[in-house]
Design a binder for this molecule. Structure first.
Ligand SMILES: [Zn+2]
Length: 244
């Protein structure tokens, strides 16, 4: 096989119109990280590629190295996560996972943990359960795998275990005595919840029953941390998910 041809498993994060009939797709691949590739003719009615290069598609793809972008020359679809397309309420949840991954994974460094996390997240959103909580778990895990994880165990000032506030700027927890002025107040249950979400599988996340207040505090913590440290810009999914 020529070195100009390569194969990889991939998840489609985003697609854009290119020229008359092509699509430019953003993939997160198992072996090659995130990159863009061209699906030639994918917008034609009879295209063999079309079905496998939609957002939420998962499959094995064959690429030919092109001058600007790799060109998708073959595909073996494994899953299309059709529930995101068929259920308008579910769609923004799947989109949020894709958009967050697209914004935070920056290059072609292989990141198989993130690949498996997204695949697992898309699977679990199709099942019953607290979807907002699954999204919070996804945020914490994604930040962890990419090395942005906020410290969730001890006071960053003195090392005390009795933490009660989170500073978005510092990205750390603090005790009552060390809390900076900008910190968000958290009850102990919220800190425990964040740790459990980070450490649990999505299957285990379904068993967790946090209080309304804990969920609210965690939303404030994650949103403020992401807003401060990661340039997410405007996400289409966030506009659709008003309760996020
Ligand atoms: Zn302290």
């Amino acid at each position: 096989m020529s070195s100009r041809i390569f194969k990889d498993e991939g998840l489609i994060l985003r697609t854009r119109v290119l020229g008359e009939a092509d699509r430019l797709v953003t993939l997160l691949t198992l072996g090659g990280g995130k990159f863009e590739a061209v699906a030639r003719g994918a917008r034609k009615m009879k295209s063999k590629l079309a079905a496998g290069v939609d957002i939420f598609s998962c499959g094995e793809y064959t690429f030919h190295r092109g001058k600007t972008w790799p060109i998708i020359t073959g595909q073996n679809p494994k899953e299309r996560f059709l529930w995101f397309r068929e259920d308008p309420e579910l769609y923004p949840y799947g989109l949020y996972l894709a958009e967050l991954t697209d914004r935070l994974v920056t290059g072609e460094e292989p990141c198989p943990e993130v690949y498996r996390l997204l695949l697992s997240g898309w699977w679990h959103l199709g099942e019953n359960g607290d979807r907002v909580l699954a999204l919070r778990a996804f945020e914490l895990k994604l930040a962890h795998y990419l090395g942005y994880s906020p410290g969730l165990h001890f006071c960053a000032g003195c090392g005390s275990e009795h933490v009660c506030g989170f500073s978005p700027r510092e990205g750390c927890l603090f005790c009552h005595d060390c809390r900076p002025a900008d910190s968000i107040k958290l009850e102990t249950g919220t800190v425990v919840l964040a740790r459990r979400l980070l450490e649990s599988s999505f299957q285990q996340v379904k068993m967790i029953r946090p209080s309304f207040r804990q969920k609210e505090e965690l939303a404030r913590m994650n949103n403020s941390f992401f807003a401060y440290h990661l340039d997410l810009g405007e996400l289409k999914s966030k506009r659709l998910l008003k309760d996020l």
